[in-house]
Design a protein around this ligand. Structure first.
Ligand SMILES: Cc1ncc(COP(=O)(O)O)c(C=O)c1O
Length: 444
């Protein structure tokens, strides 16, 4: 039976109360409610209903590989698929997936204002949970649609003009680079770029590169917390402190750190932080988070204003999420995502993700010809592992990893990216290293 705090009163129990067992059977049979989506046909998908997380992990501890196999059992993952693509898109654990399913049914069953009234309260509960997870105040959290939107909320909402300058890292994602470039052309401000060494020797090297790039006209500084293209983790706290000392607004793109690293935004000291629920957070698709520190909110105008705007929303980060009709099922499921993280514990999530990523890096670094773009230093890396597979064509390696070895990574120009998470096992890390070793031996 689905465990849920929110009572859906309008639908007769029989209409919505899908037991985990029948839910799994439906998915295995390729029949999701109201559609014909095929989610999976693996043995695990048709097996007995999974237990909840507490039951699944009982009798094990996080130092024990069985604990992580139990965590993996919380996902409808295709059997034998080593999914190592968290930097792009993560699966959701059952409680999140079921929540999306259940509340979508609720909305389709009764889309009246009366039935939907509860979603305002639920959204506030989700905001409170998210604030707790990120070390922020609920008034500093906007539930938006993805990192792209959150980054653009800042680049559009921050008032800049001729004579102003913005400082960006050359590792920034297009949503935090091209977005600024388009606005620079429109409003006449200038962008300066910090070139960060591929594998810096230490944090100071990064700090120094930023230091040299500031000018008296710099108003905003932004960098990617963990790079999706090199795996470099930036010293966020120190970079934000340096910006603050100069009176410069800092935006941290957290697409590759939100849900992966234990984040404490009060401690990080940034003015703004962005993230996507559908990446490392393992939440529903198309939900994002934008944090804007309370005393920095006056500097960022809302980019989108729609129905629901009231004077009160201007007093908090809620002003950044008046975006028109939202997916209440996904926003509700986001709260379930926080529950899932808290049940494991964000520090444990980070430690496990690092353990698997480190096993992959160590294995790959021993292979002849393989060049890692990602540092071995914990302070300068996280869950994104980027490597050049010797002289092999990376597109062929990416394809064969999936087709022959059932390992889903990503092709990144001359490199291959593996981004493992808590649902990966150490066996899978070994499998990935062995696969690359065999491809090097066989010339793909
Ligand atoms: C660093 C970084 N920022 C922003 C994004 C955009 O995320 P989304 O497509 O969820 O908006 C990505 C996506 O991979 C990313 O890696």
């Amino acid at each position: 039976m689905i465990q849920d705090d929110y009572v859906i009163e309008s639908i007769p129990e029989s209409a919505w109360q899908v037991s985990r067992r029948s839910f799994i059977k439906r998915l295995a049979g390729g029949i999701a409610a109201g559609g014909a989506l095929v989610y999976g046909t693996s043995a695990s998908a048709s097996a007995e209903a999974p237990q909840d997380l507490e039951t699944a992990v009982s009798g094990t501890d996080p130092g024990d590989e069985r604990y992580w196999h139990a965590v993996r059992s919380q996902f409808l993952l295709r059997d034998n698929l080593a999914l190592m693509n968290a930097a792009n898109l993560c699966p959701s654990p059952y409680p999140v997936m079921e929540s999306v399913f259940k509340y979508t049914r609720d909305l389709d069953y009764d889309a009246s204002f009366q039935n939907r009234a509860k979603y305002g309260r639920i959204r506030e509960e989700t905001r409170e949970k998210m604030a707790r997870l990120l070390g922020a105040h609920p008034d500093e959290i906007a539930l938006v649609r993805n990192t792209s939107e959150a980054n653009n909320a800042v680049s559009t909402g921050f008032h800049l003009g001729a004579g102003d300058e913005v400082l960006l890292s050359d590792l920034n994602h297009p949503s935090n680079r091209h977005a600024w470039q388009v606005k620079a052309r429109r409003f006449g401000f200038k962008i300066n770029y910090v070139s960060v060494p591929l594998i810096p020797r230490n944090e100071d090297e990064i700090l120094d590169a930023f230091d040299r790039a500031y000018t008296p006209a710099t108003k905003v500084m932004s960098f990617t917390h963990v790079s999706n293209t090199t795996g470099l983790t930036m010293p966020a706290k120190r970079l934000c402190a340096a910006a603050r000392e100069r009176g410069v607004f800092s935006l941290v793109d957290g697409a590759q750190s939100f849900g992966a690293l234990k984040i404490d935004l009060a401690d990080m000291g940034c003015d703004a932080y962005s993230g996507s629920a559908h990446k490392w957070f393992m939440g529903p698709k198309e939900v994002g988070v934008l944090f804007v520190r309370k005393d920095s909110q006056d500097a960022v105008w809302p980019a989108i204003v729609s129905a629901g705007w009231r004077d009160e929303v201007e007093e908090s980060a809620r002003k950044y999420e008046v975006l028109g009709q939202r997916d209440d099922a996904a926003l509700t499921a986001t709260g379930r995502g926080v529950d899932f993280h808290e049940k494991i514990g964000p520090a444990r999530v980070e430690a496990r993700m690092r353990q698997v990523a480190t096993a992959i890096k160590e294995g790959l670094s021993g292979l002849p010809g393989v060049v890692l773009s990602t540092s071995m230093e914990p302070a300068l890396s996280a869950g994104v592992v980027i490597f050049k597979p010797g002289e092999l064509d990376p597109r062929k390696v990416f394809a064969k990893l999936y087709e022959t070895y059932h390992i889903a990574g990503a092709g990144m120009g001359p490199n291959v990216r593996l981004s493992p998470h808590v649902y990966n096992t150490l066996d899978e890390a070994d499998r990935a290293v062995t696969a690359v070793a065999e491809m090097l031996r066989d010339g793909v």
